[in-house]
Structures are given as structure tokens and as C-alpha cells.
Design a protein around this ligand. Structure first.
Ligand SMILES: [Zn+2]
Length: 434
């Protein structure tokens, strides 16, 4: 009998925001993911919540007020001087309702932290979150507000030590920066590093500063890393971190752009290899918040996060994709595990992998021990005042019990699958640097 209490956060509105034509970040991937989760009947194994939307007050727990107020009012006619000040340019466009988008995805992660804090759940899932590049006062790498930092700040009100793990293909720079001086948050990121790959940070020499020295661990990898190599780093490093740092809670960013055949990523991880990272963390029996992140071949993002949801609720799922409103996306195989299309040359030699492992484990050995934290004043929770009356949940048919038609998510094909969409076109992968 599986005894974990799993909470899943989803607001169907999140899938309808649109970064712009041909932009690789497609919130629509969340509709595909949710549809698989529903049609695999996984919603029956967890509590499904529509998260509250983060308020300005919630967001300025980390972000600058001027920046958040700018997100509220940015519009097509906003001056270039202003948009460039906050980096709402280029790949971080000020698209319509961008602030509302932030409220939804950040609200899910904050709500998840709240549930963990109050022991209302053992595992929380917010696939809409995980936007790890956002900075205090500017957008970066498709990310506007950093829901992970906001969730960890919330967790720190009730927990002494938080372990952050990032398996996105990109370095978790925004989260690392936020806690670079802290010994209460250990940030571990495995990512592609070098060749000008975004964001350009994340070498092994970034270890934290001051009290935070040795509380940032970076595992830089080259193109084409395979499952076995990845696990030969991930498992011993995470095991050593758990033993030494002794976290009370884990925040896991599951960016799916580290999968093989991602439109932007450069790794060769299979769904098995990616999910193994989740499985490994789950074994420690600590509370976990699981978030999404990157992921730009949207059919594979949905496959990955559905598989990982199944794993988190301890329920095996069929290899055949169940019929759902996006079924044709999974052609021609209609299988959970996609047939691989492209294989990157693996530039990680066994010697390189051994050297990185040795370096990182040596850094960990220099950690004194888990810091003890005296908890005094507990700040006010986000959302505390409206906790009781605002929890929507799904009934046994997978419908919101409070809004029965809430599951009928628009396909939104007019935005995503037209001729100009390049989601199936790997030839254009070099057009994007993130
Ligand atoms: Zn990424």
C-alpha cells in the first residue's frame, strides 16, 4: 500500500498563454501533460488542486517591486528603454497577460510549499513551475518570476535545510544566485556547460560564497550525455548530499529539455534515465516539491511528466498512449517512450565523468556538517487567509468538482500547430540559444 499523500496543481488557463509565433516555449505542453495524466487515470491517485494565483505581495517576497509592477503593465507600446531595463525583450517577450501567466505558475509552486509546510501533502507536483532562470529584477531564458525561489523561501519558514536539485539541460542559475550566500539551501545542478550554451554559468568552481561556501554544487556536462553516465554522477552525488547536508525537504526541477530529441537540448537522456532521477530522490522519503522547467519538444515533455507523475503516485502505466484529445501528437508510435530520432555524439569521456564526480564529491567532503538553524519567528504564510474556501478538487471522473467543464481545455491548435510552428522541425533547433 502506497502511503504517500500526493498533491497535484493545475490551472487549465496556464496552457493558453502564448509567448509568440515560433517561440519554442509553449505553455500548451501543459495541456498535453495534463490530458495524459487524466487519461492514464493518475488523478485518482492524488489530490488535484487549482492553485491560487500569486499576488504582488507574494511575488515581492523575492522580486523587486518595481520589476513586478512593470510586469503588470507591460504592453506592446511600452518603451524599449523600459523593456530592456527588465530584459523583457527578445526571447523573454512581454506577451499579452504575461503577469497573469506568472501569477498562475508561481501560485502553484507557492501553494505546493504551503501544503508541504503544513504536512497536507508528502509530494507536490506543479509542472507549470520550475522557471529557474528568472532574476530578482529581470527576466531571463523564458522565465519572468522565479517560482522555485519563492517556493523555497516559503519552505524555509518551516524547514531548516532545503535541497534544490535541477536536472534541466540548462544551469539553474537563477536559483543558485538567490541562495549563493546561504547554508540553508543546497543547490545541485547538472547541465550542459560550454560552447556558449545558455546561460554560460555552472562550472565546478561555482561553489557558493561566505556562509554559502560549498552549498552550491555544479555538474557541467558536454553534449550527448547518456543515461548510464548521467546516473553515475547523479546518484553518488545526491546520495552524498543527503548524507552530509541532511535536508528536511527537497525541491526538484525536472526540466525536460535534458531529454533526447529536445528541440533545444543537446543530451541523449531517455525517459527512463530522466525518470530515474525522480525515482532516486523519492527513495529518501523526504517531502518533495516537483516542478517542471524547460522542455521544447512538447509531445515528449508530456510523455516525460506523465511518466514521472505515475512514478510519484507509485502506479505503473501502459506503454500505449491512452486515447486523448491530443492523441495525434504521439504518432506514429503512440507509445509512451518515443522512438529516438537524433543522436548527439557523446563528448563526455569516461575520464571526464570521473574527474567531475571526484571534484564535486571532494567539494562535499569539505562541508563541515549540516548547519543547525534556530527557528524563531515564522513569517506569515502566503495565501493563509483564504486557504479554507479556495481549494478546488477533481471528482472521480477527473472533472473539477466545483467547475465540471473546467477540464475541457481548448486545444489551441490555432496557436501551436499551424504551418509556422516548428515543433516537429529539428532543422531549426539552432535558431534558439536557450
Ligand atoms: Zn532548460
Amino acid at each position: 500500500m502506497y502511503n504517500k499523500n500526493v498533491a497535484y496543481f493545475y490551472d487549465r488557463d496556464v496552457a493558453n498563454f502564448h509567448y509568440g509565433e515560433s517561440h519554442p516555449m509553449k505553455p500548451h505542453r501543459l495541456a498535453l501533460t495534463h490530458s495524459l495524466i487524466i487519461n492514464y487515470d493518475l488523478f485518482k491517485k492524488m489530490k488535484v488542486y487549482k492553485p491560487r494565483r500569486a499576488s504582488l505581495e507574494d511575488l515581492i517576497a523575492y522580486h523587486g517591486k518595481e520589476y513586478v509592477e512593470f510586469l503588470q503593465r507591460v504592453a506592446p507600446d511600452t518603451s524599449a528603454k523600459e523593456t530592456s531595463k527588465f530584459n523583457i525583450v527578445g526571447d523573454c517577450p512581454g506577451f499579452p497577460s504575461v503577469y497573469e501567466f506568472c501569477q498562475v505558475y508561481a501560485g502553484g509552486s507557492i501553494d505546493a510549499a504551503h501544503k508541504i509546510n503544513h504536512k497536507d501533502a508528502d509530494i507536490c507536483i506543479n509542472w507549470a513551475g520550475g522557471l529557474h532562470h528568472a532574476r530578482r529584477d529581470e527576466a531571463s531564458g523564458f522565465c519572468y518570476v522565479n517560482d522555485i525561489v519563492l517556493a523555497i523561501l516559503e519552505l524555509l519558514k518551516y524547514h531548516s535545510r532545503v535541497l534544490y536539485i535541477d536536472i534541466d539541460v540548462h544551469h539553474g542559475d537563477g536559483v543558485q544566485d538567490a541562495f549563493y550566500l546561504s547554508d540553508r539551501v543546497m543547490c545541485v545542478s547538472l547541465h550542459k556547460y560550454g560552447d556558449g550554451f545558455f546561460p554560460g554559468s555552472g562550472n565546478t568552481d561555482e561553489i557558493g560564497r561566505g556562509a554559502g561556501r560549498f552549498y552550491s554544487l555544479n555538474v557541467p556536462l558536454h553534449d550527448g550525455v547518456e543515461d548510464a553516465q548521467y546516473q553515475s554522477l547523479y546518484e553518488p552525488i545526491i546520495q552524498a548530499v543527503i548524507d552530509k547536508f541532511r535536508p528536511d525537504v527537497i525541491a526538484l526541477q525536472c526540466g525536460a529539455d535534458s531529454l533526447k530529441d529536445d528541440r533545444i537540448g543537446v543530451f541523449n537522456l531517455s525517459l527512463y534515465g530522466h525518470a530515474q532521477c525522480v525515482e532516486f530522490v523519492k527513495k529518501f522519503n523526504l517531502p518533495i516539491i516537483v516542478m517542471g522547467g524547460g522542455g521544447y519538444t512538447i509531445r515528449n515533455v508530456a510523455r516525460c511528466w506523465a511518466k514521472e507523475t505515475a512514478l510519484l503516485v507509485d502506479t505503473p502505466i501502459a506503454m500505449d498512449i491512452p486515447f486523448n484529445e491530443y492523441f495525434e501528437q504521439y504518432a506514429p508510435s503512440y507509445q509512451l517512450h518515443p522512438p529516438p530520432l537524433y543522436h548527439f555524439d557523446n563528448k563526455n569521456t569516461p575520464q571526464y565523468i570521473d574527474d567531475v564526480r571526484r571534484t564535486v564529491l571532494e567539494q562535499l567532503r569539505q562541508l563541515e556538517c549540516a548547519p543547525s538553524v534556530q527557528m524563531h519567528y515564522v513569517p506569515k504564510d502566503f495565501f493563509m487567509e483564504d486557504l479554507a474556501e479556495d481549494e478546488d478538487s477533481y471528482d472521480s471522473n477527473g472533472d473539477f468538482s466545483s467547475e465540471n467543464d473546467d477540464l475541457k481545455v481548448d486545444r489551441g491548435d490555432e496557436f501551436y500547430d499551424n504551418d509556422r510552428d516548428i515543433d516537429h522541425d529539428t532543422a531549426n533547433r539552432d535558431d534558439y540559444c536557450y
